[in-house]
Every structure is written in structure tokens, then in C-alpha cells.
Design a protein around this ligand. Sequence first.
Ligand code: HEC
Ligand code: HEC
Ligand code: HEC
Ligand code: HEC
Ligand code: HEC
Ligand code: HEC
Length: 339
Amino acid sequence: MPRHIVRLILLLVAAGVVALLSIRFFTVESFYRYGHYRGDSVAEIAADKPNFKGVAFCQSCHAERVAEWSKGAHNRPEAGKVVTCEGCHGAAASRRPHGVVAASMAGAEHPKDLKMEVPADTRQLCTLCHERTAGRPAEQPQIVVADHAGAQQCSVCHNPHSPKLASAAAATSAGNAGAGKAKAAACAGCHGAEGIGKDLPGPTLAGQNEAYFIEAMKAYANGARKDAMMSPAARGLSNQDLADLAAYYAAQKCQSSLAGSRQASAAAAKCVACHGADGVSANRAWPHLVGFSKAHLVDALQAYKSGARKDPMMAGVLKTMSDAEIDGAAAYYAAATCR
Ligand code: HEC
Ligand code: HEC
Ligand code: HEC
Ligand code: HEC
Ligand code: HEC
Ligand code: HEC
């Protein structure tokens, strides 16, 4: 055999020995126990700290939000549909970068040293799951963003923690307008005999949505809404009284002096989706804004803004409005008088 071939074979044998020795000395013992993996890493990963902590963890410090979320459309375990807190806000814990194995139990943790994300752009967040897309299963509620929201953020109208908008609470009213007329005598001094509050201390009630009317009366009676004149007037009324009064006022004539097709002013543009360009709201649980004085409108808007009056939709709208814009929106709807 020529010498150069012998040298080549010796070189290959030496390389093979070095390779075998390096596998023997440089790979971890559990490598190849279950195949081309490091067997012990399974137990290590299982023992590592989870990044996601679950909704129960948030409960102790953010009880109000958890309560709101639990009742909302994003928590429907019975349908297998749950959008968790961390699904929108990111994980509440993190591990140390991979490789620093011993320290992996000690990564950052909310609220100690990890700040949760607050999604600022809800158009981007919500459309991940709700934008109409070909092939998206029909069971998932979907919208065409441009038609549905225009250029607005979803959070203007939807509370992310309880996104379904309240719909007509009491679908059928058992009220009797005739009986309501007699009961309304006690209210006439402030709201007018036919519910037109012009120049009187109380706002117009004529034509008001019944479901909203009843909710407003209950809020005065239980203290959720406070007013020195109204709170005493609302106490001691039965459910039947409320239904009768609501039916009576809903039957009184107050048609908006504005046309529904008109173009709302810039300040009122945010309101139109819910209260109409003419002040007539589409949903029975939402108030008509017809016949109100500018002072009542400003008072109500400021009360939502300060939190004295609580409503997730109105609070969302007012969060970014200045006093001047509030004044502008109120001036717009004050022009919607009864005709
Ligand atoms: C031990 C109490 C505690 C727990 C548990 C807790 N948080 Fe917080 N959270 C806080 C405190 C305190 C703040 C305000 C300090 C801050 O901004 O980091 C806060 C702030 C936040 C913020 C606002 C951050 C910002 O930049 O304004 C979000 C969002 C949030 N938490 C979400 C969650 C979620 C989701 C969970 C459950 C996975 C959770 N938190 C669990 C105490 C807690
Ligand atoms: C569908 C997405 C979504 C889910 C689910 C969700 N959040 Fe939020 N959360 C938001 C958005 C968006 C905001 C910003 C609020 C706004 O723009 O009005 C927010 C705001 C907050 C804030 C206030 C931050 C601030 O600075 O105002 C806290 C605290 C919070 N969420 C906690 C929670 C907790 C706790 C849960 C679970 C029970 C939860 N969130 C579930 C989207 C979500
Ligand atoms: C991770 C996906 C996901 C994200 C992100 C998400 N949602 Fe949802 N949303 C769902 C699911 C799932 C349901 C439950 C659908 C059902 O009940 O069939 C739902 C329900 C709703 C509903 C009720 C629909 C109905 O008529 O029952 C509204 C409204 C809604 N989401 C708005 C929002 C808004 C606004 C945001 C952003 C702040 C958002 N969602 C973010 C998945 C998501
Ligand atoms: C101007 C107010 C407004 C804005 C902005 C808005 N929505 Fe809505 N959304 C509504 C109203 C009103 C409904 C109908 C609610 C009802 O019937 O109770 C609704 C219903 C929905 C539904 C349920 C649809 C269904 O078929 O059941 C989803 C999902 C939804 N919105 C997602 C979004 C998302 C995502 C955004 C942001 C891109 C958004 N919305 C922005 C007012 C708004
Ligand atoms: C002493 C005067 C006074 C009497 C009597 C009175 N109200 Fe009022 N009412 C007011 C004032 C003032 C407000 C506005 C308070 C506010 O801004 O919260 C109001 C508000 C209301 C509202 C809420 C209107 C809205 O648009 O949110 C309803 C509903 C109502 N009154 C019904 C009645 C009924 C029904 C009676 C008789 C049983 C009655 N009121 C008796 C002064 C009165
Ligand atoms: C997403 C729907 C929505 C939008 C947008 C909206 N509102 Fe409302 N508004 C409501 C609901 C629901 C209520 C009833 C809340 C309650 O029960 O306190 C309400 C209540 C009111 C009231 C109280 C009426 C009274 O008699 O006390 C006024 C005033 C009002 N809105 C004006 C406005 C103005 C002005 C805008 C625009 C800047 C606006 N709203 C935008 C849904 C909306």
C-alpha cells in the first residue's frame, strides 16, 4: 500500500477517535437517553417558573376589573371562549434569558419589577380577533372596521373588560300610561305636566326611552345617582309605579326639532353612533337627548367625566374630551328641542 494512503487512513482513524472521545466527554449525560435530546431538560423546564400567572392571580389587587371581566363577553368558559387578562396585557412574569439556568426562577414579576402593557391602540388589538376575514368561523363575532368604527378607537364605545354594549334591559314593559298619568302629578312641578321641562328645574322626560327611564329612577333610589331634588322623589316607588310612569312619559309627544340626516358638529361627531344626529338614540336602554337644556347636558357630561355618575360607555367617550369640547357637544344637542 502506498504510504500516502496509509497516512490518510491513520488520519481518519485519529479523527474518529477524537470525535468519539468528545461525545463521551463533552455531551451531557442525559443526551441520547430519549433520542437526540437532553433528557434532563424536560424536568428542568417543568420546574421553571411559568410566565403566565392566570386570572386568579390578578384578583387580589385588581378585584374591580376582574369582577367586570368575569361577567363580560370575554369570559364564557361554558362556550370554551375565554380571553384572559394576560391575553391582552402580556405575561405577568418573565424568566431570565435562556442559558442562565440557575437564575431562571428569579425573572421579573408584576407588580414588583415588571410593568404590564396597557394596549394603547385598541384598533390593532381588537381587530386581531374581530375583523371580518374570509374563512373566519361565523361563530366569532366580526365587524368590517371601516363601516363599524370609522377612524375611532374601539375603546371609545366598548369597555375592553366588558365589551358587550348594554341592550334593552326590559324588553317588554308592563306599564300602564293611564295609571302613570295620575302618579306623574307629583313630578309635574319640576318636569312639567306633559314632561316638557323647559324653564323648570327638571329635565324633559317626554318621549324618553322606557328602559333608560326605569334604570335612572332605580339609580336615584339606590343612591348610585345622587341629586338633592330627585333622590327623595324617587324613593318609595314600586316597580309597577316605575313602569307606569315610564309608559306615561314615553307616550308624551316630543319629537326632535333636528333632522336625523343632518351632519353633526365636530364636537358631537363622537356621540352620533349612540345618540343620533337628532338626539334620538337607537337603543332602548340609552337616553334620548331631546328637549334638554344646555345646563343639564353640561352637568351630566361633567358628572360622567369626574366619575360622579358611572357608565362605562360615557366614561370612555369623555376620557379624552376637553371642557371646550364638552361645551360644544352640549350646545349641539341643546338645539334638539321638542316640537
Ligand atoms: C400584588 C398586587 C398585584 C397583582 C397580583 C396584579 N397587579 Fe397589576 N398592578 C398592581 C399595581 C400596584 C399597579 C400600579 C403600578 C404599576 O403601574 O406598575 C398595577 C398596574 C397594572 C396595570 C397598569 C399598568 C400601567 O402601565 O398603567 C395593568 C394593565 C395591570 N396591573 C394588570 C394586571 C394583570 C393582568 C394582573 C394579573 C395577571 C395583575 N395586574 C396582577 C398590582 C398588582
Ligand atoms: C380584550 C383585551 C383585554 C382584556 C381581556 C383585559 N384587558 Fe385590561 N385593559 C385593556 C385595554 C385596551 C386597556 C386600556 C383601557 C382603555 O383604553 O380604556 C386596559 C386597562 C387595564 C387597566 C388599567 C390600566 C390604566 O393605566 O388605566 C388595568 C389595571 C387592567 N386593564 C387590568 C386587567 C385585568 C386584571 C384583566 C383580567 C380580569 C384585564 N385587564 C383584561 C384590554 C384588556
Ligand atoms: C384573543 C381574541 C380576542 C381579542 C383580542 C378581543 N376579543 Fe372580543 N371576543 C372574543 C371572543 C372569543 C368573544 C366571545 C364570542 C362569543 O361569545 O361567541 C368576544 C366577544 C366580544 C364582544 C361581544 C360580541 C357579542 O355580540 O357577543 C364584543 C363587543 C367584543 N368581543 C369586543 C372586543 C373589543 C372592543 C376588543 C378590544 C379591546 C376585543 N373584543 C378583543 C375574542 C377576542
Ligand atoms: C361609535 C361606537 C363604536 C365603536 C367606535 C366601535 N363599536 Fe363595536 N359596536 C358598537 C355598537 C353600537 C354595537 C352593537 C351593540 C349591541 O347591539 O348591543 C357594536 C357591536 C360590536 C361587536 C358585536 C358584533 C356582533 O355581530 O355581535 C363587535 C365584535 C364589535 N362591536 C367590535 C368592535 C371593534 C373591534 C371595534 C374597534 C375597531 C369597535 N367595535 C368599535 C359601537 C361601536
Ligand atoms: C323638586 C323637583 C323634582 C321633582 C319633584 C321630581 N324631579 Fe325628576 N329631576 C329633577 C332634577 C333637578 C333632575 C336632574 C338631576 C340630575 O341631573 O341628575 C331630575 C331628573 C330626573 C330623571 C332623569 C332624567 C335623565 O334624563 O337622566 C328622571 C327619570 C326623573 N327626574 C323622573 C322624575 C319622576 C318620575 C318624578 C316624580 C315621581 C320626579 N322626577 C320628580 C327634579 C325633580
Ligand atoms: C357608545 C354609546 C354612547 C356614546 C358614543 C355616547 N353616549 Fe351618551 N350615553 C350613553 C348611554 C348608554 C347613556 C346612559 C348612561 C347612564 O345610564 O347613566 C348615556 C347618557 C348620556 C347623557 C345623560 C342623559 C341624561 O339625561 O342625564 C348625556 C347628556 C349624554 N349621554 C350625552 C352624550 C354626548 C354629548 C356624547 C358625545 C360626546 C355621548 N353621549 C356619546 C351612550 C353613549
